[in-house]
Design a binder for this molecule. Sequence first.
Ligand code: UD1
Length: 419
Amino acid sequence: MSKITVNGGNKIFGELAVQGAKNSVLPVLAGSILCKGNCVIHNCPRLSDVETSIKILTGLGASCLRDENTVIVDSTQISDYKIPEQLMREMRSSVVFLGAIIGRTGKAVISSPGGCELGPRPIDLHLSSLEKLGVNIREEHGFLYCDTPKGLKGAEIHLSFPSVGATENIILAAATAKGVTVIHNAAKEPEISDLADFLNSAGAKIYGSGSDTIYIHGVNSLGSTEHTIIPDRIVACTYMAAAAITNGEIILKGVMPSHMVAILSVFRESGCKISVSGKSLKLTARDRITRVPTIRSLVYPAFPTDAGPLVIAMLSCAKGTSVFVENIFENRFRYIDELNRLGTKIKTEGKIAIIEGVDKLSGAGCKCTDLRGGAALVLAGLRAKGKTVIGDIHHIERGYEDIVENLKLLNADIEYTED
Ligand code: UD1
């Protein structure tokens, strides 16, 4: 089993180009199923979740080719409509393939994605929305059997919560349905707009993405296209936190600061100096950062839940006590027990984390419990005196491309180690 070993204490400084967004590339790869032709997708990070998506596409009959960070998918020959259970288990977000497979073949069979490391993650909104579009869904022995006896038909859908995944599934199923679909209370995350831009470039007619009402005018079919995935705002936040927690300085290239307004505001409040110029962002944290009284995670454009563990790790070394309120996922604080092994003083109660800032952390053995919680352990390890050995790093590999190599280039003393 691989591990990450960090000898903390080095300041992070230097320049880094930020990878493409995991949460964009997965729905875009799913969307390529709808396209009869070549989809050339640039800025695809090398992540285990992306490799799993490619396996799913190949299993369905698509041909996939990777050249550096460009993936070319040709879905002309798609014939299958089932995702093997093993691949569903590897990646919870494979549920986003459901809408695309149904859109292309009129049916789908997947295993129920069930819970995950962030707690129960129901898909009731995905399923009830697909039913409104004409999908018949039968749940049996942990599998979902879907078909469309009368074809897919546009519908008016009101989401009781602006779920990112449900919005994506509706867009994918509706893109080639008959008639118009309207999503009310849609998710507004930048990754939704990226998916809509990709599909529109292949011939779809999707209007209003980025707002809470999305209109999808169904078209007969989608064709070839070329698209570049947007930068990963959560990865950008991770490297910013790495500089902040070590009192360093970082320049990030290829970011979209407009996608990061709530994140930048928290970093500024903690005393970091941030300057933005086009797609480049510079963060300087010369002095010890200060507390941020309250941060609340909420849907976009508010503070993203995925950035919670990163700023919690950073604020664990701030002057004063900060409070983080997690409003999206029920069970997002499991990594905090692991973080506390390094000397952080964080208490949780329900959806609230109270982060009492300490000046010194010390290296320890710990294990990742989830993707961003794992990144939080790396951040704390960068600050801690001595050696931190982090296990179960497959969680980190789901979302970070070359994190060890990148941090090394940024002056960290960090290595992959084999058991
Ligand atoms: C996506 C992101 C994830 C991010 C999350 C919130 C991907 C691959 N993942 O996940 O990184 O943390 O958005 O920004 O893009 N819910 C229901 N019923 C549903 C669907 C969701 O109750 O049918 C609830 C969930 O339990 C959760 C909340 O809605 O409490 C948010 O979920 P959602 O926006 O759907 O997140 P994901 O799409 O799963």
